[in-house]
Design a protein around this ligand. Structure first.
Ligand SMILES: [Zn+2]
Ligand SMILES: [Zn+2]
Ligand SMILES: [Zn+2]
Length: 147
């Protein structure tokens, strides 16, 4: 589902968005790309404990603005971040996929394999972002219950 992006590609990604290639930025990207679920802000804070929260917050903000990551919320209302697909652009995200919140592990999955019909908005409405949520149990937790 998620493509594995190498470190080399992260550097290219930062170049493409005119962001300086700093250690913390590369670390945030590699952490997020290594998971098939979104990464919660507290998780990022604990992994990135060597940098201060303000710096981390700025990194996340910059990535979100540039169309590299998108923000989703888990069932606790905690901010989670997930990698965007290459069609996201600065100020214009295309993360029109289902965000599945597991009620047991509280992980948020980006389900981009579902083909959702494009939304037609009434005249005069201009959409800048769109997030769709569902909740239930993920395959991992459903398997654990069955045992
Ligand atoms: Zn996006
Ligand atoms: Zn789960
Ligand atoms: Zn997503």
């Amino acid at each position: 589902m998620e493509s594995v992006v190498s470190k080399h590609n992260f550097e290219e990604l930062l170049d493409k968005h005119h962001l300086k290639k700093t250690g913390p930025r590369l670390k945030v990207l590699s952490m997020m790309a290594s998971k098939n679920t979104a990464t919660s802000q507290p998780d990022l804070e604990s992994v990135m404990s060597d940098i201060d929260r303000v710096t981390l917050y700025r990194i996340l903000n910059a990535f979100e603005k540039k169309g590299i990551i998108h923000k989703v919320f888990d069932l606790n209302g905690t901010a989670n971040y997930a990698m965007c697909h290459s069609n996201c652009e600065e100020h214009h995200h295309h993360d029109e996929h289902l965000h599945f919140n597991c009620t047991i592990c509280k992980n948020v999955y980006c389900l981009d394999d579902l083909n959702l019909p494009p939304l037609k908005l009434p005249d005069g409405f201009k959409m800048e972002g769109f997030t769709l949520y569902a909740n239930g149990t993920c395959p991992k937790c459903a398997g654990a219950i069955a045992k």
